[in-house]
Design a protein around this ligand. Structure first.
Ligand code: MLT
Length: 410
């Protein structure tokens, strides 16, 4: 008899963004004339930068001729891309990362979901609340948690983000083994200083723990004092893995390209206490289960690092940051406390009411989709997340409609 992985039965019915998609689809079919503006899932709307398109076309043409055709590429990614990443994203900021410590992949979501399989199932994991749901659900699937009760899974150590701590959780009070951090944060838009990040690195070093650092939104950091990478912090090479993505940086959500940095000095331990290389384990996993990102996509990603490419992606992130500023200012003017939206494309709004009720109100009265904070964890109750990923015109229209709906005060 074929048996299932029973841990899947502990999961909540569906993934947050599928759930929202279903509610929106139901509302749209009941109101076919309503033009709905989506500021929910953080999906980009602007075309790929011109340099990427040119590189993409050129690489596709290479694939059209036997002489320049390429079959399987290196699983870890082509050297041309990994060298550019190491030089531009890390070495230029004094973060000591070598090209062969970079693993090119098809997405930070997949990588943050997959990485946990190289660790034991009886470790203690610490996950922020509110949080990007992938970190939680993939650990539930792996059997690292108990059942779901009162909005939380047993056996997870929740790191609470609150208005009072600026959504930067305090260090855990008990020892934990694997820690998930994401800055600029999804969903709250909070940012972390180098000194605060240093405390987490120090904690990990003291407890032989490992930090999984999701930096998918680093391209939105404008404050030069803020770290873009955990490897800008002393000692992080021994205790951290970092995830990056071209999705939000260069509009690659549909094109798919990301990378994970696993320093060779990063250690995890066998049951008998022997220190082992996390790099070797991830290399083994990656080369066994992944066949690399397509050549044209990697060439398109490489183009991001040309001088023109750097300018074009800056224009792209500036565009969304301008939207973010408008959302933050307008929600503030309407009397709602917000964080994020500066150095981040997400604005976290204290809705002062049930998060799903606020979501429904914005959908039905303004035709605007946001994400209810409760979907990101118990500490997200009462909040909504508004994404700046849409056209300036649509964001403007959404803000006008929200203002009207809230001012009508029904
Ligand atoms: C989000 O809206 O949180 C993200 O777009 C989801 C993702 O990147 O997978």
């Amino acid at each position: 008899m074929i048996k299932i992985n029973e841990h899947y039965l502990k999961l909540r019915a569906s993934y947050l963004f599928s759930d929202i998609g279903k509610r929106v689809a139901a509302f749209q079919s009941a109101n076919p004339k309503m033009e709905i503006i989506k500021l929910g899932i953080g999906d980009v709307t602007r075309a790929l930068p011109k340099v990427c398109i040119e590189a993409f076309h050129k690489a596709v043409n290479e694939m059209a001729r036997d002489a320049s055709f390429r079959g399987y590429g290196p699983e870890q990614g082509y050297g041309f891309l990994r060298r550019k990443i190491a030089d531009n994203d890390f070495r230029s900021r004094d973060a000591d990362i070598a090209p062969d410590e970079i693993f090119v992949s098809d997405g930070a979501k997949c990588d943050t979901g997959n990485i946990q399989e190289i660790f034991a199932t009886d470790i203690t994991i610490a996950i922020p609340d509110p949080v990007y749901p992938v970190y939680v659900d993939t650990n539930v699937m792996a059997g690292r948690t108990g059942s779901f009760k009162n909005g939380r899974y047993d056996r997870i150590v929740y790191l609470e983000g609150t208005w009072e701590n600026g959504f930067i959780p305090r260090l855990p009070e008990q020892p934990v083994d694997l820690i998930y951090l994401c800055f600029p944060n999804n969903p709250t838009g909070a940012t972390i200083s180098k000194a605060q990040l240093q405390e987490w690195v120090n904690y990990a070093r003291a407890h032989k723990a490992l930090i999984l650092y999701d930096a998918a939104y680093e391209a939105f950091v404008r404050d030069d004092k803020l770290p873009k990478s955990i490897f800008e912090v002393e000692g992080a090479r021994e205790v951290a893995i970092e995830f990056r993505s071209f999705s939000k940086t260069a509009g690659f959500t549909g094109t798919r390209c990301a990378y994970t940095v696993v320093p060779k000095s990063c250690k995890a331990y066998a049951a008998d206490g022997t220190a082992l290389s996390v790099y070797d384990l991830w290399l083994r996993r990656h080369t066994t289960k992944f066949n690399g990102v397509s050549y044209p996509v990697q060439r398109a990603a490489e183009a991001v690092y040309s001088e023109k490419g750097k300018r074009q992606i800056r224009v792209l992130s500036n565009y969304y940051l301008k939207n973010a500023e408008m959302i933050r200012n307008q929600m503030g003017a309407l009397g709602y406390d917000c964080i994020g939206g500066e150095n981040s494309p997400y604005i976290w709004v204290n809705g002062k009411t049930d998060a799903w009720a606020f979501f429904d109100m914005l959908l039905t009265r303004a035709g605007v989709v946001c994400t209810p904070g409760a979907g990101f964890g118990r500490c997200g109750e009462g909040y909504i997340r508004i994404s700046a990923f849409n056209s300036y015109k649509n964001v403007q229209k959404a803000m006008e409609r929200i203002t009207e709906a809230l001012n009508s005060g029904e």
